[in-house]
Design a protein around this ligand. Sequence first.
Ligand code: PLP
Length: 459
Amino acid sequence: MAHHSWAEPYKIKMVELIKMTSREEREKAIREAGYNTFLLRSEDVYIDLLTDSGVGAMSDQQWAGMMLGDEAYAGSRNFYHLRDTVEEYYSYRYTVPTHQGRGAENILSQILIEPGDFVPGNMYFTTTRLHQELAGATFVDVIIDEAHDPVSEHPFKGNVDFAKLDALVERVGAGHIPYVCIATCVNMAGGQPISLENLRRLRKWCDQHDIMLVHDMTRVAENAYFIQQREHGQQDRSIREIVHEICSLTDAATMSSKKDAMVNIGGFLAMNDPGFYEKACALVVVYEGLHTYGGMAGRDMEALAIGITESVQDDHIRARVGQVEYLGQKLIAGGVPVVQPIGGHAVFLDARRILPHIPQEQFPAQALAAALYEESGVRSMERGVVSAGRDAATGENHMPKLELVRLTIPRRVYTQAHMDVTAEAVFSVMEKAEAIQGLRFTYEPEMLRFFQARFEPVA
Ligand SMILES: *Cc1c(COP(=O)(O)O)cnc(C)c1O
């Protein structure tokens, strides 16, 4: 078949200038930031690949929507537009807006979890697991083993292992499992998708055991793209159709709309059950705001409704994932160890293989992210032992198999030339890998420590 190049399905109307800093400036900046890229100032960053959260470029349509904000305290027109869009594109009947994804996770966890419960999921996510634990549950990882192996080329590393689910039911009983939490395009596994076949089987499994199925739908469109590209019989379906089917296989969803839906802030909790909706409305007023705005301004709900429709366009998602793939292939060609296959939102450097001389207790991925910034001004983030945190019961560090640095690509923000410069920065840091030192904590926050922890070189 003839290969056709693709180009971004947009042109640029407004630009934001960025500036390169000197090595001296960067050495000072990262030292002052305690070797944590989250504590750098944005103005000290050249290419910002910290996250894809809330940093996408909105379209002219979304900006126009901002002018249509109905900022009434109750019953905003934009809420009804958002609710109808969620139902049309994602199938869920009820929508409760929240300030962002973790606001939805908090409400969901408080309603569904009883202390002593267990919540299985296809790998943990930082805020998701924390809210489960704060509500009294224990998270149980039921993702397939391949997901923990950075060199496995399994096309659907986000899949659930049913033997692990069955073993959990055997051990604790279905009555202590309020729901299964399934993420599409699993962030912590490297942006890896779950297959439609696996999800359909999971739906049946949940029905058999009378357990709810909850969807962390933060990156559902990217997952749908991988299904379209890789799964038998899905090639002729649109992203929109596949997204709708994925959602309709689940009972409820939490959404961080700062990702797929390309808004700077916002999220929601969505569900089909009216009793669950009623409870969510009662709790959202405690933590977020009235049930017709949650934590969002009317204009933000309007931009979100429009962003949802743009996020499921085939040409959009091909270019979005294509850009990540472009960077990934460039790094692979240069001999850089990365998680494969390349994920939907980011390229993950395998810090274990790049820095074999640094033991996991000295945070190799944290050290690599700091070194990459020092070398080039490219900001990335750690996804390894620092992000994994400590076991709630024992206080010991979780020691994840994956010790990764995430180069996260914001949607519609950077060009192919920025990807080239980023790849060259990684090559330079690889050449100096042996000189990179491990780190130790000088400050360790109790919860979600990766955001604000500070370090110093072990020396
Ligand atoms: C970002 C994210 C969240 C949390 O959303 P926020 O909007 O940052 O609160 C939850 N799950 C996944 C998979 C995410 O990537």
